[in-house]
Design a protein around this ligand. Structure first.
Ligand SMILES: Nc1nc2c(ncn2[C@@H]2O[C@H](COP(=O)(O)OP(=O)(O)OP(=O)(O)O)[C@@H](O)[C@H]2O)c(=O)[nH]1
Ligand SMILES: [Mg+2]
Length: 268
């Protein structure tokens, strides 16, 4: 990652500055500050490699001459600790690092789900407080967060009809969408809902989204179609944009797609 060292130094500097500004407020002297750092991006964008290298550099700061607190010898220790969120898997730092630095170096496996790691530092305050206070502990909680799940924030304000119209306009000229567009030409959204049709449309749309993402497009909503996790196959993931006109009629494909779109929004 070009420029990665620079990014890591300035991140680490602002982390340490964050500790000091907390330390300046005497009432918070015994409070252990927590900095949460979210690292997000689409699949294969380099989240896991970035976090692994950030943590390796922070644990072995000999390689971080640009880090001011390190230059001043104020970081007494850095160590990994159990992370605070019991329901989030731990970021598997050791495996990722050994993939990168082992005898046969290779890129770490794709991770595709959220994970978290806590790195704690013992830092000696600088400035006025230097003589008054012993080292303090600060925690850095790093979260590896799939970008696919963030794409959906833009959906929240849309109705099914808006989303369908915008999506279909946007993808009309994309070669990756040709199969899906042919598929929806063959259905009428006013037809009665039937599940095999809905399933086939959703599958066609998910295939298009995957191809679009792989071709570098970032407008791939709903993000859970790309990364279904434990929802795979459930009705909230079984919808697709359709050309729609007017209000949806009872029991139509349009009405059912609309209902599932709303369920997706409210559950995610
Ligand atoms: N040259 C170079 N390639 C990198 C670097 N970081 C990542 N890559 C490449 O990008 C791929 C994906 O990196 P990851 O860190 O696994 O990406 P990710 O965002 O965690 O991917 P997912 O877990 O699949 O979402 C790697 O397998 C490498 O091929 C880097 O610093 N330099
Ligand atoms: Mg990853």
């Amino acid at each position: 990652m070009r420029g990665g060292g620079l990014v890591i130094s300035s991140l680490a500097d602002s982390l340490v500055r964050g500790v000091e500004s907390v330390g300046d407020r005497v009432s918070e002297t015994f409070f252990e500050p927590v900095v949460r750092l979210g690292v997000t991006g689409l699949a294969r964008s380099g989240k896991t490699v970035f976090i692994t290298s950030l943590v390796a550099n922070l644990l072995d700061r000999g390689r971080m001459p640009g880090l001011v607190a390190q230059q001043e010898g104020r970081i007494n220790a850095a160590y990994l600790q159990p992370q605070p969120d019991d329901t989030v898997p731990r970021f598997d730092y050791e495996s990722h690092l050994s993939a990168l630095t082992g005898p046969q170096p290779h890129w770490p496996d794709s991770t595709r789900a959220v994970s978290e790691l806590r790195l704690s530092f013992k830092v000696r305050p600088a400035g006025l407080l230097a003589g008054l206070q012993g080292p303090r502990t600060v925690h850095l909680d790093i979260v590896d967060y799939p970008g696919e799940w963030l794409l959906d924030l833009a959906l929240l304000e849309k109705t099914y009809d808006d989303w369908s119209r915008e999506t279909l306009e946007r993808i009309a000229q994309r070669p990756t969408a040709a199969d899906f567009l042919a598929q929806i030409k063959a259905v009428d959204s006013a037809d009665p809902h039937d599940e095999p049709t809905a399933q086939a449309l959703a599958r066609g749309f998910a295939d298009y989204l995957t191809a679009a993402r792989d071709a570098g497009f970032y407008d791939c909503t709903p993000g859970r179609f790309l990364l279904p996790g434990d929802l795979a196959g459930s009705p909230v993931l079984t919808f697709a944009p359709l050309p729609v006109e007017g209000a949806s009629r009872r029991r139509s494909l349009h009405r059912e797609m609309e209902r599932r779109f709303e369920a997706y929004k409210s559950q995610w």
